[in-house]
Design a protein around this ligand. Structure first.
Ligand code: SF4
Ligand code: FES
Length: 225
């Protein structure tokens, strides 16, 4: 199996493709495990036999719970630890960093803008207040957001630094409005300004979300208010 990795050795340098051969067992292997196995080799070489530095990437939980390993796999944004080789078509796999965020090195990107946007509009719960029981299930589902950025990567309307903050933001707005009577008005204005006016309802965010957050329901609930 050929593995093509879009590499960048530091933020200012030119990205380049490097190809590796992976000849181990693929049946139960994930992209994360495959990168690890390549990296275990003290003398990692590319497919032409040239020495190559280890492939740098980000991970933590290795069980689909933290979002750190988000990258573009065969052109599709996904979690490396939750993507199995056997589910990918063809004998060549391409790995690229998320393209909507600045690359730090290889497959590691800077996603701090997700938190920065939330902080800009005070999108955090100041004080928990009683919530409607009928909302609990949706609140639980929504609260599982990993802030992985896959929804922003695939969104046709999201560009870093622009006014539209994307699906993860919309879901947090819903959670805050459902949980706080005092912050409701402020968060509703922020939602209109930074989500509702820019969303074209492509809803591709829901297709790639690794924890299947019901963003459409969050949007419907917010648009009611
Ligand atoms: S909504 Fe889904 S895809 Fe978007 S950041 Fe949260 S977990 Fe990731
Ligand atoms: S390493 Fe945590 S989601 Fe992949």
């Amino acid at each position: 199996m050929k593995i093509k990795v879009l590499r960048q050795r530091d933020p200012g340098s030119e990205p380049f493709w490097q190809e590796f051969l992976y000849e181990e067992e693929t049946e139960n292997q994930t992209i994360a495990g495959m990168i690890d196995e390549l990296n275990y080799k003290d003398d990692l070489k590319d497919s032409s036999g040239n020495p190559a530095p280890r492939i740098l990437w980000e991970c933590s939980c290795l069980q689909g719970m933290c979002g750190a390993c988000a990258m573009v796999i065969n052109g599709v944004p996904a979690l490396a630890c939750d993507t199995f080789l056997k589910d990918l078509k063809g004998d060549t796999i391409t790995l690229e960093p998320l393209r909507k965020f600045p690359t730090i090195v290889d497959l590691v990107v800077d996603r701090s803008i997700i938190q920065e946007n939330l902080m800009k509009v005070n999108a955090y719960i100041e004080e928990y207040e009683g919530a409607d029981n009928s909302e609990y299930e949706h609140m639980y589902m929504t609260g599982r957001c990993l802030k992985c950025g896959l929804c922003l990567e695939v969104c046709p309307n999201y560009r870093a630094g622009e006014n539209f903050y994307g699906a993860a933001f919309a879901n947090d707005c819903y959670l805050i409005e459902a949980r706080s009577n005092t912050q409701g008005k402020e968060i509703s204005e922020a939602y209109k300004e930074h989500f509702a006016r820019g969303c074209s309802k492509a809803l591709s965010c829901m297709d790639v979300c690794p924890v299947k957050i019901p963003t459409l329901s969050s949007i419907a609930k917010m648009n009611r208010g």
